[in-house]
Design a protein around this ligand. Structure first.
Ligand SMILES: Cc1cc2nc3c(=O)[nH]c(=O)nc-3n(C[C@H](O)[C@H](O)[C@H](O)COP(=O)(O)OP(=O)(O)OC[C@H]3O[C@@H](n4cnc5c(N)ncnc54)[C@H](O)[C@@H]3O)c2cc1C
Ligand code: FES
Length: 280
């Protein structure tokens, strides 16, 4: 029998974590109801899934967990419109749909043996987190060089994955720099926009790879600053959030020129983006 590609895996929300003070971002830990479905769901950092709320619709969401964490998936979701608002209204135990994994992955093989600089803004840390935890896992840590993480949000209350930032900070093989656009009375950390902090940290390009995700305006200035620091376009990797519908290269909703972001992306090097029409 032909499998319907639009049929989601029926899944249960096992845990919900409120990430931001305003609770506009929550992380959903999800398990498949069918164990066989889990065995067939092989994903790598950078991929996304279509998350559906029955009777409402579906939305593409990055898989923020690492495949090194077996048995469950995590999605960190910002409340935006119909689907994400409905998801935010659900409680632990609720049933949702998940189809995927879709899209390409971060170029992990090309990154081996190299220093990696992660530059994230706001909820843009979600896709990077999958790769960070993959690289930091006992199984793969030795495959990669130095790891720098520069992460920022508008305010301390807008930082996501706070407990995990602490875990990364305590490791001696990670250089974590956290910044906010505006501090508050309790904030004793760094204040400054992510692109400016990147310039101050000034990672050496050498053979390194920079991976960035965040609001489009942040990405624009981060890339500009990376180029000024001497990074080549091939050394800069980003992940795009185009509007999508099918997620599998069928509907044409996400195309840029001849590329479908859902299939050829969402991960691209800046060199690859330079060859595409300026629609992104
Ligand atoms: C590959 C991929 C990975 C993603 N990963 C995540 C993730 O990990 N976490 C997360 O919270 N979101 C993620 N998104 C974004 C999420 O899919 C959208 O915000 C989605 O539109 C939410 O669906 P909705 O029905 O709640 O909102 P909608 O009803 O679709 O839209 C809500 C509002 O956002 C605007 N909007 C929606 N999408 C876009 C867009 N791409 N560009 C500009 N404006 C837009 C709409 O015009 C509207 O104002 C990802 C998107 C892609 C393509
Ligand atoms: S979302 Fe349908 S072709 Fe990409």
């Amino acid at each position: 029998m032909v499998q319907d590609v639009y049929l989601p895996h029926v899944s249960r929300i096992r845990r919900i974590t409120q990430e931001t003070d305003s609770s506009d971002v929550k992380t959903f830990e999800v398990i498949f109801l069918n164990e066989d479905a889990w065995q067939g769901f092989k994903y790598a950092p950078g991929q996304f899934a279509e998350v559906s709320i029955f009777g409402v619709g579906e939305a593409p969401i990055s898989i923020t967990s690492s495949p090194t964490q077996e048995g469950y998936l995590e999605f960190s979701v910002k409340r935006m419109g119909a689907v994400t608002t409905a998801l935010h209204h659900l409680e632990e135990g609720a049933v949702i749909g998940v189809r995927g994994p879709y899209g390409n992955t971060f170029p992990i093989e090309d990154m081996k043996g190299r220093d990696i600089i992660f530059i994230g803004g706001g909820i843009g840390l979600a896709p990077l987190r999958s790769l960070i935890n993959y690289m930091l896992s006992a199984k793969y840590r030795a495959d990669f060089g130095k790891i720098d993480i520069i992460y920022g949000a508008r305010s301390p209350g807008d930082l996501v994955f706070k407990w995990e930032l602490e875990k990364w900070r305590q490791r001696d093989d990670v250089n974590l720099v956290v910044t906010v656009d505006r501090g508050d009375d309790a904030w004793t950390g760094r204040v400054g926009f992510v692109p400016a902090v990147l310039k101050e940290v000034a990672p050496a390009p050498g053979g390194a790879v920079a991976v960035t995700c965040g609001p489009p305006i942040m990405i624009k200035f981060v890339i500009q600053n990376l180029l000024e620091l001497g990074f080549a376009p091939e050394q800069i990797v980003t992940t795009l959030e185009m509007r999508m519908k099918c997620g599998i290269g069928k509907c044409g909703r996400c195309n840029i020129g001849s590329k479908y972001v859902c299939k050829d992306g969402p991960v691209f090097t800046y060199a690859q983006l330079g060859e595409m029409p300026k629609e992104y």
